[in-house]
Design a protein around this ligand. Structure first.
Ligand code: GUN
Length: 285
């Protein structure tokens, strides 16, 4: 049974151990540890949990993480000033502004203000543009994590019909560019898509990122398909479940990521990898 499960937790642990060794080596040679600056604006409860996970991972691998927790009503200018300061800070390799931001803040202004050289999220137009050109620089973390898993499980994506549910800037759009780069025929579906089921039933590779618990069931998926469940839905009883009804689809498909323990840990690991890449550009030993 386990052969079908793509174990993001296990792969993530191995990759983080590798990063940890690399950091130890850097420090042994007299370099500072890699540094991340995180900015959280407001009180979004999911954002707080995601930042906590990033803090734990950074501690594990020996990165320094500095966190700025700003009030919900913080002015955009104040955030821009902080980003400008962090862009120049020689001990900070990567800057991350946790999304979503409060409504009065223009997210695009904020993402553009982060130096593309410190953009560990891969959301800056420069980095998104590079990915569109199939010449990636820093890559968005969740899509990058999914590609890492596909490679680790030796799944050949060339020529597959890939369908992505959800057209967000964080997952859907960069995911489509990644899959295009890896030879898929890629479709992004969204809230205005007509007859969604027609698309999902034709998907050899299905990426679901909509935040609707158990949305995808057996009759919606293609036989022997590969499914990546990006959903992290917290239920009233505290349980976390995905966008895909795991039990319902399991017998029909060939691979699936569980929730939790699938895509989620890989997003955090990709963030560490992105930071390490930038750090290595700054420090050569
Ligand atoms: N909110 C949800 N996912 C992410 C992410 O990967 N990066 C940032 N900055 N915010 C998020």
């Amino acid at each position: 049974m386990l052969k079908k499960i793509i174990d993001g937790k296990k792969i993530s642990k191995k990759l983080q151990e590798k990063i940890c060794l690399e950091v130890k080596k850097k420090i042994k040679f007299g370099n500072r540890p890699p540094g991340i600056a995180v900015i959280l604006v407001g009180n979004d409860s999911s954002s707080k949990i995601y930042i906590r996970e990033k803090q734990i991972a950074c501690k594990k691998v020996g990165f320094v993480l500095k966190c700025w927790k700003l009030q919900e009503n913080t002015k955009e200018e104040k955030i821009l000033n902080l980003i400008n300061k962090l862009n120049k800070d020689l001990e900070i390799d990567g800057i991350l502004v946790q999304l979503p931001l409060p409504k009065h803040i223009n997210t695009n202004n904020i993402l553009c203000a982060i130096s593309y050289k410190k953009d560990i999220d891969g959301f800056h137009p420069y980095n998104i543009g590079k990915l569109c050109q199939k010449n990636p620089n820093i890559r968005a973390c969740t899509p990058k994590g999914i590609i890492t898993l596909l490679k680790k499980y030796k799944i050949n994506t060339c020529g597959l019909n890939a369908v992505i549910i959800g057209d967000s800037n964080i997952v859907g759009k960069p995911m489509s560019m990644e899959l295009l780069m890896y030879g898929c025929t890629t479709t992004i579906t969204h809230k205005f898509t007509k007859n969604l089921k027609k698309h999902t039933k034709n998907a050899d590779l299905l990426i679901v990122a909509i935040g609707k618990p158990n949305f995808i069931k057996k009759s919606w998926v293609k036989k022997k398909s590969i499914i990546f469940d990006v959903g992290i839905n917290r239920m009233k009883n505290g349980k976390i479940i995905g966008d895909v009804n795991f039990k319902s689809v399991y017998k029909k498909i060939s691979y699936i990521t569980p929730v939790p323990g699938g895509v989620g840990p890989m997003t955090v690991t990709s963030l560490l990898e992105n930071t390490m890449l930038i750090y290595n550009k700054n420090y050569k030993i």
